[in-house]
Write a protein that binds this ligand. Structure first.
Ligand code: ADP
Ligand code: TRP
Length: 339
């Protein structure tokens, strides 16, 4: 839904972040940074999808800690809560009311086709288990809850990774069904914006950096640990004196993402001329990465040291989000004949 801000029409960008672990460098360059750039052009609503995380995180302390970690990480990466509406999904119970409304318009068949659910069913079949083994209703209705997150705030665009494509299609499908039933646009049809796949950040072993491969460089860990992780990047067994090819090196591919052109040329020359050990290359990588990350890490550490700031930011965001959500729910209740 377009809104007039000054004399500019500003569309809504919304995304949810599951608090399931400390973001890594791939998440930062591939998702967090692009979403924060979008926030400059759009009216942004970014939230912590803690109810979605409940499907997998069942330890209360862990869920709370991860929520803080992920919130602090986004703020440390530059999310400005004065510009971006930043909230916890669980602080907006209207989400669950909308979820119930839209369930009446969502065919079971649509949910049966969801990739994440289908993957569990398929694994069960392959392992000779009951089809529904390990499937809870949270997993089964995951796409409905996600649609409610999006439709509640009239999102125009939803920045996500390609893996979320189907969820966005389902959201649009559900919204269209509702709009066509009532013969008017009650819900804004959202469009996915996929983070560019142009720059896939490589992990410690040279494959795509991913939690599933256990090869990540977490964004915020103490400096000493950060150095240790960088030192664990897999390299070949070439001797110090040998000439090395920067184009086929895990260390250099990460260096490229953080170093200036000039720094890249200098290090590439060191590679080619020989006499450079992997320790030196990793040291150079640590220096450029740490220069960019350490100011953010300081912000992260100070937010984590005193949670009251985080509590206050999330509380204010939650209240603002609830105001918007309550209006939308009141509007929908009236339109559909409830109350
Ligand atoms: P993981 O693969 O570690 O589980 P997620 O799927 O949670 O990561 O990633 C969230 C988003 O972060 C992705 O949709 C994508 O946009 C971005 N992302 C993840 N890994 C990378 C990577 N190695 N390079 C670039 N972007 C990435
Ligand atoms: N399903 C998303 C993920 O796994 C997280 C999410 C929940 C989300 N609700 C959302 C993303 C709404 C965008 C919009 O990454």
């Amino acid at each position: 839904m377009e809104r007039v801000v000054g004399n500019m029409h500003q569309k809504v960008s919304l995304t949810g972040i599951k608090p399931t672990g400390m973001p890594h460098l791939g998440n930062y360059l591939g998702a967090i940074k692009p979403a924060l750039e979008l926030a400059e052009k759009y009216r942004a609503r970014y939230f912590i999808a803690d109810y979605h995380a409940l499907n997998t995180i069942r330890d209360p302390k862990m869920l709370r800690d991860l929520t803080y970690e992920v919130a602090a990480a986004w703020l440390a990466c530059g999310l400005n809560p004065d510009d971006v509406l930043f909230y916890r999904q669980s602080d907006v119970p209207e989400t669950f009311e909308l979820s119930t409304i839209i369930m009446a318009f969502t065919s079971k068949g649509l949910m049966n086709r969801a990739h994440a659910y289908k993957a569990v069913v398929q694994a069960n079949e392959e392992n000779g288990k009951d089809t529904d083994y390990g499937v809870n209703m949270g997993l089964y209705t995951y796409p409905v809850l996600m649609a409610a997150d999006i439709l509640l705030f009239d999102a125009d665009v939803v920045p996500v990774g390609k893996d979320q494509k189907q969820h966005l299609e389902m959201t649009a499908d559900i919204a269209q069904t509702i709009n066509s039933n009532y013969g008017k646009t009650l819900l804004t049809i959202p469009e996915a914006i996929f983070h560019s796949t142009g720059q896939v950040v490589q992990g410690l072993d040279g494959r795509k950096m991913s939690k599933s491969y256990n090869n990540t460089i977490p964004l915020f860990v103490p400096e000493k640990k950060f150095r240790k992780i960088i030192n664990s990047i897999v390299t070949n067994s070439q001797a110090v004196e040998e000439s090395k090819d920067p184009e086929v090196c895990n260390v250099f591919s990460l260096y490229r993402l953080f170093a200036s052109e000039e720094q890249q040329e200098t290090l590439a020359a060191r590679y080619r001329e020989g006499g450079m050990g992997w320790g030196e290359a990793k040291g150079a990588l640590f220096d450029v990465m740490n220069a960019q990350i350490s100011p953010m890490r300081d912000v992260y550490n100070s937010l984590m040291a005193d949670k009251s700031q985080l509590d206050a930011i999330l509380k204010t965001g939650g209240e603002k989000a609830r105001d918007i959500a309550a209006q939308k729910i009141a509007f929908l209740r009236k339109e559909i004949g409830l109350g």
